[in-house]
Design a protein around this ligand. Structure first.
Ligand code: NAP
Length: 461
C-alpha cells in the first residue's frame, strides 16, 4: 500500500491537522501540507487574536512595507478550500490540548516567542527599562499593548543589542512623525512619538563591528534619516586579530563594516536627533530612584576563543550614560504552552526537528509538532520559517502512517464546540472585512492602513 493509500484508509474523510498560531510558520506549514497533492488533508488554523499573520503584522516594522507584502502569499494559502481560519480562539482556555487531540489527527504549534532574554544586571526591573519586544508590539498596534505605557519625555535612550530588532526600535525613535505617518504605525504610537523629546539614541553592542547581527539593508537606513545623523567612534573600528579574521571570512560582515566606517566620519548636525553606536560596551547596571535615570556601562576588549568565537571581556573602564529609557533588545524567548514540555535552556517547546518530545527521554509525543520560533528559537527572517515548517510537515507525513486517528472526525464538531463555549471566532472572510476596513480608513487619511488596536474594535467590524 502506498503512503497516500495508507493515509486515506487510516483517516476517514482525510487527515485532520490543527495549526495553533497564524504567523508565517503556521501559514508555511499549511502550504507544505497543501503541496501534498495526493493526500486529502484538512487544515484548521487557530489564532488567539482576531487578526492573522503574527509577526508580519505585529513584529515587522511599520516602515518596512515591502516585507509585509508577504501576506499576499498567506492570503492565497488561506483561499484553499481545505483551509479554515479561526481567529480570536485562545489555546488552553477556548480550546484545550484535550479538545484538539480529540478533533485532530496532528497538531502543530507555531505560536512564536512571547518572552525576552534578560540582561541580568541590577536595575533591569526599574520603570523605564523595557524590552524591545514590548516597544515593537506597542508601535505595531498589538492588542495586548494598546494601553502599555512608555515614557518618551527624556532626552536620551539606550538600546542594548545590535540585531535587527535593535535597529528597528532605534529607527522608529530616530524618524520624524512625517516619516512615520504614511506607514501603518499604530495611531496611539504615532501620537506619542509626535511629542517625543528623545534626541540621543545610544545603541550599545557588547562586541565589535565585525560581530553585529543586523543586516546590510537595515544598517544602511541609518544614513538616510530626514532629521537624524548616525555616528560610530573611530576607535571602535580598530580590529583585534579575531575580528580581523572574522571580517576576512565574512562578506556580509565586510559590507556592514563599510557602512559603519562611513558613519565614523559623520559629524552630528547641530539640530536633529543623534544615533550613537557604541561598540565593545556592556551594561553593568541600570540606575535610578524608582525609575531609569542612567546606565553604567563597562568597556570590553575582545578575545578570540578556540573555535573562532570572539568573546567580550570586561575591562576596568566604566562610564555612565544618563538616560530615561532603556530598550533591551538582546533576543526573544519562548514561553511554556499548556500541556507541552518546555526546554528551559533553549526557551522553546522541547522538540527534535519539530517533533515535540518528552523532556527527560526525548521520546516523540504522538501527534504533537512545532514550527517557527517556538521550535528553533528567535532567529532568521520571515522566509526562514518556510523550510523550517516544511521540515516539520515532512516528519508529520512520515508519522501519519502510524498515527491513531482522532475520535471526533466531523469538520463541524469543532465549530459546534466553539459555539457552545460562546467563542466569537473570526473566520477568514470576517478577517478580510476587518482588513478592508483598515485599508479604507488608511486611504482616507493618506496612510497605508489604520490598524484597529484592540480585539473589541476588530470584532465589531
Ligand atoms: P539577534 O539578531 O539575535 O540579536 C541579539 C543581539 O543582542 C546581538 O547583538 C547580541 O550580541 C546581543 N546580546 C545578547 N545578549 C546580550 C547581553 N547579555 N548583553 C548585551 N548584548 C547581548 O536578535 P533580534 O535582534 O531580537 O532579532 C531576532 C531575529 O529576527 C533575527 O534573526 C533578526 O534578523 C530577525 N529580524 C529581522 C528583521 C529584518 O529582516 N528587517 C527585523 C527584525 C528582526 P552577541 O552577538 O554578542 O550575542
Amino acid at each position: 500500500m502506498s503512503q497516500q493509500e495508507d493515509i486515506a484508509s487510516r483517516f476517514s474523510g482525510g487527515l485532520r491537522v490543527a495549526i495553533i498560531g497564524a504567523g508565517p510558520a503556521g501559514f508555511y506549514a499549511a502550504a507544505a501540507w497543501f503541496k501534498q497533492k495526493d493526500i486529502n488533508v484538512h487544515v484548521d488554523m487557530f489564532e488567539r487574536l482576531p487578526s492573522p499573520f503574527g509577526l508580519v503584522r505585529y513584529g515587522v516594522a511599520p516602515d518596512h512595507a515591502r516585507i509585509k507584502s508577504v501576506t499576499r502569499v498567506y492570503d492565497k494559502i488561506a483561499s484553499n478550500e481545505k483551509f479554515r481560519y479561526f481567529g480570536n480562539v485562545q489555546y488552553g482556555t477556548d480550546l484545550t490540548l484535550e479538545d484538539l487531540s480529540s478533533h485532530y489527527d496532528q497538531i502543530v504549534f507555531s505560536v512564536g516567542t512571547q518572552g525576552d532574554r534578560m540582561l541580568n544586571v541590577p536595575g533591569e526591573e526599574l520603570e523605564g527599562s523595557v524590552s524591545a519586544r514590548e516597544f515593537v508590539a506597542w508601535y505595531n498596534g498589538h492588542p495586548d499593548y494598546r494601553d502599555w505605557k512608555v515614557d518618551l519625555s527624556h532626552k536620551a535612550v539606550v538600546v542594548v543589542g545590535v540585531g535587527n530588532v535593535a535597529l528597528d526600535v532605534a529607527r522608529i525613535l530616530a524618524k520624524t512623525p512625517d516619516e512615520l505617518r504614511p506607514t501603518d504605525i499604530a495611531c496611539h504610537a504615532l501620537d506619542q512619538l509626535r511629542e517625543s523629546k528623545v534626541e540621543d539614541i545610544y545603541i550599545i553592542a557588547r562586541r565589535g563591528p565585525a560581530q553585529v547581527k543586523f543586516t546590510l539593508h537595515e544598517i544602511k537606513e541609518f544614513g538616510d534619516f530626514e532629521a537624524a545623523t548616525t555616528s560610530v567612534r573611530t576607535e571602535d573600528l580598530e580590529l583585534d586579530p579575531g575580528s580581523a579574521s572574522e571580517l576576512e571570512r565574512n562578506k556580509a560582515a565586510q559590507r556592514n563594516f563599510e557602512v559603519l566606517e562611513k558613519f565614523s566620519k559623520v559629524q552630528h548636525a547641530a539640530n536633529g536627533k543623534r544615533v550613537h553606536f557604541l561598540f565593545k560596551t556592556s551594561p553593568v547596571e541600570i540606575s535610578g530612584e524608582g525609575r531609569v535615570e542612567g546606565m553604567r556601562v563597562v568597556a570590553n576588549r575582545l578575545e578570540e576563543q578556540e573555535g573562532g568565537y570572539v568573546q567580550s571581556i570586561a575591562t576596568d573602564t566604566f562610564n555612565d550614560i544618563p538616560c530615561g529609557l532603556v530598550l533591551r533588545s538582546v533576543g526573544y524567548r519562548g514561553t511554556p504552552l499548556a500541556g507541552l514540555p518546555f526546554d528551559e535552556d533553549r526557551g522553546v517547546v522541547a522538540n527534535v526537528n519539530g517533533r515535540v518530545v518528552d523532556k527527560p527521554c526525548g521520546t516523540p509525543i504522538p501527534g504533537l509538532y512545532v514550527a517557527g520560533w517556538i521550535k528553533r528559537g528567535p532567529s532568521g527572517v520571515i522566509g526562514t520559517n518556510k523550510p523550517d515548517a516544511q521540515e516539520t510537515v515532512k516528519l508529520m507525513l512520515e508519522d501519519a502512517v502510524r498515527a491513531a486517528p482522532c475520535s471526533n472526525r466531523g469538520p463541524e464538531a469543532v465549530v459546534e464546540l466553539l459555539k457552545n463555549r460562546n467563542v466569537d471566532f473570526v473566520d477568514f472572510a470576517r478577517w478580510e472585512r476587518i482588513n478592508q476596513h483598515e485599508l479604507r480608513e488608511g486611504q482616507e487619511q493618506g496612510r497605508s492602513r489604520i490598524k484597529l488596536a484592540t480585539s473589541e474594535e476588530m470584532l465589531k467590524i
